[in-house]
Write a protein that binds this ligand. Structure first.
Ligand SMILES: O=C[C@H](O)COP(=O)(O)O
Length: 346
């Protein structure tokens, strides 16, 4: 067995999964569309309900159901790293910051820590680097030869209110600049007005503009008012061809929460059961601790199964999560916590 296979086997064992396969880890690069979509089924959309108190209760118990400790915790955290869309979406972004982020994306965890954890042969890197259109080319150049895709936020991110033709051409420009993943934002008013046809047509047009490029659909759930709206909007976006549904832009006042994630995960499950297609989930916004990353992974494993614990079907959109995970991995490796400044991201 090669070093990489041995490391793979260890990680898989610690994730309590079946036979080891080196193709499962390091990172799978599924950046081609996975969801063909289907015609809008308005009856199905309107049939979706969400029982807030049951969902909140389930979300509250999830983190207590599985405590992931010691080596098992390190394996789960390495998996979390492979699922991060390492993000910078700030008004003061610079080419230099984006290049530093890309450098971190290639080597997300210090080599000495990986060696101590026996994970030096995993070829670990993050799921993608996520930037504004203005920095797509910079990121593509900085990641050349790594296989790490660049994701661009698009369609008038974060509000999604620029003129429709501009939103379409923004997608096309980012694709032409080399983005392999496009994170679009929906028009929240379509959801709030229950205009499912308008939402479907909008997302289907974005899908077409993306061509073969992987499309993540940001619902901005903090703006959608009810969990029922979250469930219905999730389903409409999947019917319109979203490869991933993503919770938030990171700019709403409430971003990724476990109850919202649960509703979206169940919509994904229902879509798979009835339409036969697998759609990914990307919680984004405010996920900044190793503990919260583990809570999300546990939720995904419980609701969607081991298959979804993979960058092809699950991503964290996060600007500051990686530093805390690396710090926790250092604790796993050495028994000591180090200061935050020892784990800079960009
Ligand atoms: O899509 C990613 C989010 O904008 C990142 O949000 P964050 O800065 O709160 O981690």
């Amino acid at each position: 067995m090669s070093h990489a296979s041995a490391a793979q086997a260890t990680v898989n064992k610690q994730l309590e999964v079946g036979p080891s396969s080196v193709s499962e880890f390091p990172v799978l690069m599924q950046s081609t569309p996975t969801n063909a979509g289907m015609p809008l089924d308005i009856g199905w959309v309107r049939s979706l309900r969400a029982n807030r108190s049951a969902i909140e209760e389930r979300a509250a118990t999830l983190p207590k159901r599985r405590t992931v400790k010691k080596f098992w915790q390190a394996a789960w955290l390495l998996k979390a790293v492979s699922c991060i869309d390492l993000t910078t979406l700030s008004g003061d972004d610079t080419a230099e910051r984006v290049r530093r982020l890309c450098y971190k994306a290639r080597q997300p965890v210090r080599q000495d820590l990986l060696t101590t954890l026996g994970a030096e042969n995993l070829g670990l890197h993050v799921g993608a680097v996520c930037v504004y259109h203005a920095y797509v080319e910079t990121a593509v150049r900085a990641l050349e030869g790594t296989g790490i895709p660049v994701a661009a936020v698009s369609t008038g991110f974060p509000a999604g209110l620029s003129p429709f033709p501009e939103r379409l051409s923004e997608i096309r420009r980012s694709v032409a600049a080399g983005a392999r993943e496009i994170d679009i934002v929906i028009t929240r008013a379509h959801v709030l007005n229950a205009d499912w046809e308008a939402l479907y047509n909008e997302v289907a047009a974005f899908r077409e503009a993306c061509g073969d490029t992987h499309m993540k659909t940001i619902l901005a759930t903090g703006d959608l008012s009810t969990l029922r709206n979250v469930a219905r909007a999730s389903l409409v976006c999947m019917m319109a061809g979203a490869d991933f549904i993503k919770t938030s832009t990171g700019k709403e006042s409430v971003n990724a929460t476990l109850p919202v994630g649960l509703v979206m995960a169940r919509a994904i499950r229902e879509y798979q059961e009835r339409a036969g297609m697998k759609v990914g989930l990307k919680p984004a916004g405010g996920i900044s601790t190793a503990k919260s990353a583990l809570d999300w992974l546990v939720m995904i494993k419980e609701e969607l199964g081991r298959e979804w614990l993979d960058p092809g079907l699950f991503r964290f959109g996060a600007s500051s999560l990686l530093g805390d995970i690396e710090r926790q991995l250092e604790h796993n490796a050495t028994g000591f916590y180090s200061a935050d400044f020892r784990h800079p991201v960009a």
